[in-house]
Design a protein around this ligand. Structure first.
Ligand code: BDR
Ligand code: CA
Length: 310
């Protein structure tokens, strides 16, 4: 199995991703690192611990990391994930607690102790990962790569052009991109496509399996569709799709693209990708350090990934 550390802001779809990662035999989840994003940090930690209880995976260490981005204040996405972070789902309280060390120290310890290079799966703003790579750049040698949900080569969600995770802490994302660790971007280009149909989600919700009922409740969480207060079913598996991409890479078409994180102006938080046929011919790329080469998922076989997830 591939050794992984998940960095999360649980979060409806982070919860789906954690459940999938724990269930898949091709992955060993070494630990989970929490960061402020979808919800405030204390909620993220509590939601993560409760989800581990649902999965019966109480022995996986969970740590609390950054409670806000490097520069800006935290801006939770309660319009998408609800005040508590898990939509309308309220899970039973847990006796479990986070480990005493912070996220960066937990990740350092796990990466150093791993006999094989560790894959970091970043499903949240990248504040913790930026701090880790700034404090311990030498760890890069034992990090296989960073698979991140974030960014977009086209439309955004937090703004017209910026995706939430990158927008929430653009400096952190830029630090991670510039760290020298190979990165794989599972952005909105594919994230917005992988969904479970409503009948299947309702069947899970009404079924006999306690785990299935939690997955059904997460999938049927309704998000605000517009300014008039309407909500709609999306069925998106969200962050879980990035974990699916890790275990079934053939289900996606990817391309190595020059990419940069925009830090100023309206485009702040945008992952600007150079989609020209021959980007390497542009003299600018030879001069500007802020362009990084990133493997970007551009197309996804939706039925294949949905079936894998289910
Ligand atoms: C990302 O931000 C959060 O709302 C989701 O959990 C996902 O990681 C989507 O932009
Ligand atoms: Ca997330």
């Amino acid at each position: 199995p591939i050794p992984v550390i998940l960095d999360v802001d649980t979060g409806v779809d982070d919860a789906l991703a954690i459940l999938f990662a724990l269930a898949h035999p091709g992955l060993t989840v070494l630990g989970i690192s929490c960061v402020a994003g979808n919800a405030p940090l204390d909620r993220v930690v509590e939601n993560t611990l409760r989800i581990l209880d649902v999965a019966g995976a109480g022995d996986i260490p969970v740590a609390a990391g950054a409670h806000r981005p490097l520069i800006e204040p935290a801006r939770a996405a309660s319009h998408v994930h609800g005040e508590g972070g898990l939509g309308s789902l309220v899970l039973p309280a847990t006796e479990r607690r986070a480990v005493p060390e912070n996220s960066v120290e937990l990740m350092r310890r796990l990466i150093e102790a791993s006999p094989e290079p560790v894959t970091l799966v970043a499903l949240a703003p990248q504040t913790n990962l930026a701090l880790l790579l700034r404090l311990y750049p030498g760890l890069a040698g034992n990090i296989e790569r960073i698979v991140f949900m974030g960014g977009s080569t086209s439309v955004g969600n937090a703004t017209a052009v910026a995706e939430f995770n990158v927008w929430h802490d653009p400096e952190a994302a830029a630090i991670v991109q510039g760290s020298g660790v190979p990165t794989y971007m599972y952005g909105l280009d594919v994230f917005n496509r992988v969904a479970v149909d409503e009948a299947t989600a309702e069947a899970l919700l009404a079924g006999d399996s306690p785990l299935g009922r939690v997955v059904g409740a997460l999938l049927t969480n309704r998000v605000l569709a517009g300014t008039d207060g309407d909500t709609e079913y999306s069925g998106l598996i969200g962050d879980a799709g990035a974990v699916c991409a890790l275990v079934d890479p053939g289900a996606l078409r990817t391309q190595l693209l020059p990419l940069r994180v925009q830090l100023s102006g309206y485009g702040r938080g945008q992952t600007l990708a150079d989609l020209r046929r021959n980007p390497g011919e542009d003299i600018v790329h030879g001069l500007a350090e802020e362009w990084q080469s990133v493997e970007v998922a551009l197309e996804v076989d939706v039925p294949r990934v949905t079936a894998l997830f289910l």
